[in-house]
Design a protein around this ligand. Structure first.
Ligand code: IMP
Ligand code: MG
Length: 173
């Protein structure tokens, strides 16, 4: 039997929140060049919607990290499977993530990017999921705070399925 899927954040709520986030970013980085480092794969829809609301000159790069495999629980270890290709030294950098759960992936990525000495390094995530946070990483821009649950849709997957759903949904496993 397929699992129950319940929308918890609608496409309209996402669009409204994105306008607010973009307004804040446009203010904070006014006229500065910004490099967005997007974490594949779940972030692709959030990134595509957000970037078109930004006014400052923007460059984009992608990283991919492995910590989850295809299950819904973290394996506890992180490795980079696709690294940044642009030079970020001396640049303003914003990590763009779909969801922060334990914080392991993000903490690893922050340490990795800091080695290249960006001028600034901040974090923008669509959803901040609190329940399983073990490593606390300061988040600068947060779309939505969610207490718990496994979320799919708007780019988020469960074992690679459900990414195309326009709303953020809770998967009842
Ligand atoms: P963390 O390292 O535990 O913070 O997990 C980070 C990554 O796990 C996220 O970037 C997602 O790719 C994935 N993840 C965590 N929670 C969820 C969820 O509820 N739905 C889909 N993916 C998730
Ligand atoms: Mg991710």
């Amino acid at each position: 039997m397929s699992p129950a899927i319940r929308p918890i954040i609608t496409r309209d709520q996402i669009q409204t929140r994105l306008l607010e986030l973009a307004a804040q970013l446009n203010k904070d980085y006014a006229s500065q060049q910004l490099i967005l480092i997007a974490v594949l794969k779940g972030v692709f829809i959030f990134l595509a919607d957000l970037i078109r609301l930004l006014d400052m000159p923007v460059r984009v790069d992608f990283v991919r990290l492995r910590s989850y495999g295809t299950s819904s629980t973290s394996s506890g270890s992180v490795e980079i499977t696709k690294d940044v290709e642009l030079s970020i030294r001396g640049q303003h950098v914003l990590i763009v993530e779909d969801i922060i759960d334990s914080g392991l992936t993000l903490e690893y990525l922050v340490r990795h990017l800091q080695k290249q000495e960006p001028r600034s390094l901040k974090i923008c995530c669509l959803t901040d999921k609190l329940e399983r946070r073990t490593l606390s990483v300061p988040l600068d821009y947060v779309g939505f705070v969610v207490e718990k649950g496994f979320l799919v849709g708007y780019g988020l997957d469960y074992a690679e399925d459900y990414r195309q759903y326009p709303d953020i949904c809770e998967l009842e496993l």
